[in-house]
Design a protein around this ligand. Structure first.
Ligand code: 59J
Length: 601
């Protein structure tokens, strides 16, 4: 046995030694022994180490759909010395490269002492072949890989992009550069003095392809969010916007869009402003989207229940030098009613019942003032001032969303915790990553807050525009005046909607932030941002096969639509509408198709 192993080691070792001897021998032979022969040809052969290019890993969405792919391209390069030695071919080369002759001549002379210059980078293999086919001395080509982003501007901020050398510059391309980037191999080859390849001598290192990366993004929801946000910005004349969709249980980010955006397939270095992933890097005062958190704090502390009456008349109150106002005098409200109507005074009255440290700690546990930990480069932590730095009105203004700041991603994460029974889940972009969770709220209080937020999208709430047929929607609007440089609140606004669906068995949280809508076109969160939420979530619920939790409303609406259609058909056929059928439709929707078919002829 022992003997056996030893003999095998010897054999393998011996074989390897023989191989190296053979390689060295070959190199020696080519360089020294055969050298005379090559010299006779008038060419000098050079032993060179060259890189073996490798492709960058593919990035796919959660369903394996390609989001970033590397396609092989060719880069045409030249040996300036040799190009200069054949000046009569330069006009032809310029024509083949489609550049002015004098420009090319100048470029080549600048590199005259060198042996390498790029002539045209990253073109299609066919285009490269066409240039090489001219047989101009000193013109060569080498394989490279070019990144292509099929989703273009719809997903630009999340993915980021690579530079001409295929290195990640921004976004997830940067964050996961080491993982995605392959290791180029190396081999020793023999080239002639013109740089032409003669023979492979030795493989130094095999090329390792980069690893693929599967994201949590759903391409379809992403596109939906992009389309809806874009149309809302056009409709409202707003200057910027962000939307984030998260899976409440896993923290997976299903969609993240920002406007303005850019084309990652042709990055313009000048518009850095359009390249920011605002949802992760830009902070806003969260305004009324904070109120459910304040209510959750008061419920958790046991100082109120959802039905506790709160007097918010006459709609304004002074606090030190400030006057805090509600949109209207909402009089006596329950705690639930404060959310339904979005009462600033109500939030202040609840916060007054809470210890400073407790309130700060509570808000902080939802992730405000802390980096979300998604791994995205340049995450902002927002600002949540600690009680030591509060002055007279700070706790009051924080309770309804001013005097602190947060990113859209932080707000989406906080709402996910309300939706998943009170666990803060670390947001993530990468499928299969371990999710950290921490209980920040009892499931009972989380459910109570969800019930309260459901009233916002129902009759009498501030965002009936966010209602989705067949599903109960919990959410909160916000319309916040923007703080301006001169130290006051301006007549410019940020419009919010943050919500969770479906209420019975929550799956998604989504935040929509629209910056600076044209005030003359309507700027309330319910008007500007809630429709984006509605249209995207409506699509996502169906795409992800989420069962409806409000079947009654759905069936009733269907029956109503059927009845209307039947009425129209009857009118066209010249018959009088059959009244009993309409009644049957409302009370027993399942019978409608049979009845309608029977009645038609
Ligand atoms: C508001 C504020 C600014 C900061 C006020 C919006 C304060 C405040 C000092 C006046 C427009 C406006 C710290 S209103 O979000 O109350 O979403 O459908 O910006 O109040 O004290 O012309 N939202 N918005 N307040 N500031 N400071 C309401 C409310 C909200 C609505 C509508 C109308 C404000 C119902 C906001 C919505 O809930």
């Amino acid at each position: 046995m022992r003997y056996n192993v030893r003999s095998r080691v010897l054999m393998v070792g011996g074989a390897m030694a023989l191989c190296s001897v053979a390689l060295v021998g070959r190199a020696f032979h080519l360089q020294v022994v055969d050298n005379e022969f090559y010299r006779k040809q008038g060419d000098e052969r050079i032993l060179r180490e060259i890189a073996i290019p490798t492709s960058r890993g593919m990035i796919t969405d959660r369903n394996g759909e390609p989001l970033a792919v590397s396609t092989p391209v060719e880069s045409v390069w030249g040996n300036p010395q040799e190009l200069l030695a054949n000046p009569e071919r330069i006009p032809e080369l310029a024509e083949a490269l489609d550049v002015p002759v004098d420009y090319l001549t100048r470029k080549i002379s600048q590199r005259g002492s060198k042996e390498f210059m790029y002539l045209k980078r990253r073109i299609s293999p066919t285009a490269a072949k066409r240039i090489l086919a001219r047989g101009i001395p000193g013109v060569f080509s080498q394989r490279e890989f070019r990144r292509f982003y099929p989703q273009g501007e719809a997903l630009a901020h999340v993915l980021g992009f690579t530079n001409i050398d295929d290195r990640g510059q921004e976004g997830l391309e940067l964050a996961f550069d080491d993982w995605l980037r392959g290791k180029p191999g190396a081999k020793r080859v023999i080239r002639d003095s013109r740089g032409r390849f003669v023979e492979d001598v030795e493989l130094i290192r095999a090329a390792e392809a980069g690893h693929d990366l599967t994201l949590t993004i759903d391409r379809r929801i992403q596109y939906l969010a992009f389309r809806e946000l874009r149309s809302t910005l056009l409709r409202t004349g707003a200057s910027a916007g962000s939307a984030v969709v998260m899976d409440v249980d896993t923290g997976e980010i299903l969609a993240m869009v920002n406007l303005p955006t850019y084309n990652p397939n042709a990055v313009d270095p000048r518009n850095a402003d359009a390249r920011r992933n605002r949802a992760v890097t830009d902070v806003v005062e969260p305004g009324s989207t904070m109120k459910p958190i304040t209510v959750a704090a008061a419920l958790s502390a046991g100082v109120v229940t959802p039905d506790t009456p709160v007097d918010v008349s006459p709609g304004y109150m002074s606090l030190g030098r400030y006057t805090i106002r509600d949109f209207r005098n909402y009089g006596m409200q329950t705690v639930t009613g404060l959310i339904t109507k979005s009462s600033n005074l109500g939030a202040v009255k609840l916060a007054e019942k809470l210890e400073d440290d407790y309130f700060h700690e509570f808000v902080s546990s939802f992730g405000y003032g802390q980096k979300p930990g998604s791994g995205f480069p340049g995450e902002s932590s927002g600002v949540l001032p600690p009680p030591e730095r509060w002055y007279g009105s700070t706790k009051a203004t924080m309770s309804y969303g001013y005097g602190l700041s947060a990113t859209p991603l932080q707000i989406a994460t906080a709402y996910a915790a309300l939706g998943n029974g009170g666990k803060r889940v670390t947001p993530t972009f990468v499928k299969g990553e371990r999710h950290e969770t921490r209980e920040v709220l009892s499931p009972q209080v989380a459910d109570q807050v969800m019930q309260m937020m459901q009233t916002v999208t129902e009759e009498g709430g501030t965002a009936t525009q966010a209602a989705i047929l067949g599903y109960h929607v919990a959410g909160k609007t916000g319309t916040a005046r923007k703080f301006n440089d001169t130290g006051g609140y301006s007549r410019r606004y940020v419009s919010f909607f943050a919500g969770v669906v479906p209420v019975e068995n929550p799956r998604f949280s989504m935040v929509v932030v629209v910056d600076d809508p044209d005030a003359s076109k309507g700027y309330y969160g319910g008007l500007v941002s809630a429709p984006v939420f509605k249209n995207v979530m409506d699509g996502a619920l169906r795409l992800m096969d989420v069962p409806p939790d409000d079947i009654d409303t759905w069936l009733a609406a269907q029956a109503e639509a059927d009845a209307k259609r039947r009425k129209a058909a009857d009118a066209e056929a010249g018959t009088a509408p059959v009244v009993p059928v309409v009644q049957a439709a409302v009370s027993a929707p399942s019978a409608v198709p049979a009845v309608s078919r029977g009645a038609a002829p």
